[in-house]
Ligand binder design. Structure first.
Ligand SMILES: [Fe+2]
Length: 250
């Protein structure tokens, strides 16, 4: 049995739907993209929001995210990004959306918290590294995917690479011991990325709000498109994936 995933990233919603980020109304961009995804009629077993659901971390932003995306997939997992304040997510939405792992047999997915309080860089703390190691040991007979907000590899844009996963070396030393790791999936970089480290696929997803220009030294926006990623997990451990984009302008 194959499993179909939808990945959304970096929506940067505000507590108020009228507020803008660098001139972009992030409520409207997510509204436009989720309407498009709904109309496309794909059926997804799981959707993942790979962090920075909100820009200001206010509870209203999470209510809006829920309202705009509910119904897109059978289940939905929300991951914390550097801008998120998950303490402000209601008890009800926390129970529904925030999960440490997810299992779509024969695949097992772990969602890691790479955030550092008050900082834009990421790091895997002791407890997350331990949780990761226990997960890798426990599911040694499954195909594994690791999700984290911060990128554990340089994507080629200097300013965002300075804000990546600080202890990426420690991360790779741990996970490359396991032959059944199929992919590492991240957000934060606001652009499409697809490469390999050994046999492990590395994937990022464009933002639902605004993109950063690839290979730029300084922060430079590409406001022309909004995007999402489809990911199909096959029983033999192979994956198919595709980025879809729509024009951003209203
Ligand atoms: Fe981020």
């Amino acid at each position: 049995m194959t499993h179909k995933l939808l990945i959304l990233s970096d929506s940067h919603l505000f507590g108020s739907r009228y507020q803008e980020l660098f001139g972009v109304n992030t409520y409207q961009t997510l509204h436009k993209l989720s309407t498009h995804i709904g109309d496309a009629g794909g059926s997804y077993d799981l959707a993942v929001a790979s962090g920075d659901l909100s820009e200001d971390g206010l509870s209203g932003a999470y209510e809006e995210f829920h309202d705009l995306t509910q119904g897109l997939a059978s289940s939905f997992v929300w991951m914390k990004g550097n801008h998120d304040q998950f303490d402000n997510v209601s008890v009800e939405l926390t129970k529904k959306y925030i999960h440490p792992e997810w299992h779509l047999d024969p695949w097992s997915l772990i969602f890691l918290d790479t955030t550092l309080k008050g900082r834009d860089e990421g790091e895997l703390g002791e407890s997350e590294l331990l949780r990761l190691e226990e997960f890798m040991e426990k599911y040694s007979d499954k195909h594994l995917l690791i999700f984290m907000h911060h990128q554990p590899i340089e994507v080629g844009s200097e300013f965002i690479d300075e804000l990546g996963l600080l202890n990426h070396q420690e991360f790779w030393e741990l996970v490359l011991r396991y032959q059944n790791l199929r992919g590492v999936i991240f957000g934060h970089v606001h652009q499409e990325y697809d490469s390999n480290v050994g046999e492990v696929r590395l994937l990022s997803t464009p933002s639902t709000a605004m993109q950063f220009k690839p290979f730029s030294r300084e922060l430079d926006f590409d406001l022309s498109t909004l995007g999402y990623r489809n990911l199909t997990l096959n029983p033999n451990g192979s994956m198919e994936t595709k980025i879809h984009r729509i024009v951003a302008v209203n």
